[in-house]
Design a protein around this ligand. Structure first.
Ligand code: FPP
Length: 232
């Protein structure tokens, strides 16, 4: 959800206005994803590196997340959305931690859209935490070293039980992953859209999905058609 700050600056406003507008787009995007029948939508709300921002911006982003959960959780629950949170909960303020736990617990039985909020999340940190846990199990004799494979590691990540992303969309024209779902993105299609997050409306979302539809996904294999040509 990149570009909130630039959106505000282009209008001569403080960055916080961009984040506010960004939350409106979060609401709209969650609704659209549900209507489109998307199974799982992950939003990168706050990265483990975002703590490096000025303290007032960090406080602002924390406040917006709290407000979002307090105001929108009941409606998300009514809409049968199941909320998951990925990222480290260590060292989070107790009120934020409590709200994140509540969002997950209250929606646990829901069967509609899986809404994953990546908060205090970094792909490298997630992998390092999983590896540390596995190393402890190996040291204690609970897991044999040769049992460690990609399935075992995947099951120790915060996203255990969730599907890998088919499509990752980054707004604002930047073309990098910035520590987002590094492990899970192995075969994801990446779509970079020029619009800033506060402008990411339904048409922009549909445009990114149309681009995804045009991609040829082979997952390391070759197309049947290419095989037929190759075999003469
Ligand atoms: C990136 O734009 C955006 C963020 C770091 C925060 C995204 C958070 C929200 C939209 C609000 C809280 C989230 C939820 C799920 C309610 P930027 O600030 O890096 O923009 P810039 O690159 O133009 O400076």
């Amino acid at each position: 959800m990149d570009g909130n700050g630039r959106w505000a600056q282009q209008r001569g406003l403080a960055r916080s206005f961009g984040h506010r507008k960004g939350v409106e787009m979060v609401r709209q995007t969650v609704r659209t994803a549900g209507e489109m029948g998307i199974g799982c939508l992950t939003l990168f709300a706050f990265s483990s590196e975002n703590w490096r921002r000025p303290p007032e911006e960090v406080t602002d982003l924390m406040g917006l997340l709290k407000l979002f959960i307090r105001r929108d959780l009941a409606e998300l629950h009514r809409e049968n959305v199941r909320v998951h949170v990925v990222g480290s909960r260590k060292n989070l303020a107790p009120d934020i931690k409590g709200l994140l736990d509540e969002a997950e617990t209250r929606t646990r039985e829901n069967t509609g859209l899986n809404l994953v909020i990546a908060f205090n999340y970094g792909g490298r940190d997630e992998i390092a935490r999983a590896v540390r846990e596995i190393a402890e199990d190996v040291a204690a004799g609970r897991v044999a070293a040769d049992e460690v494979d990609d399935a075992l590691l995947g099951a120790r990540l915060d996203t255990a039980g969730l599907p890998d992303p088919d499509l990752i969309i980054r707004t604002s024209g930047e073309q990098r992953l910035s520590n987002f779902l590094l492990w899970q993105a192995a075969y994801a299609e990446l779509v970079f859209v020029p619009c800033l997050w506060p402008d990411f409306d339904r048409a922009a979302f549909e445009g990114a999905l149309a681009e995804f539809d045009r991609r040829d996904r082979r997952f390391g294999a070759v197309d049947d058609a290419d095989l037929a040509v190759g075999s003469g």
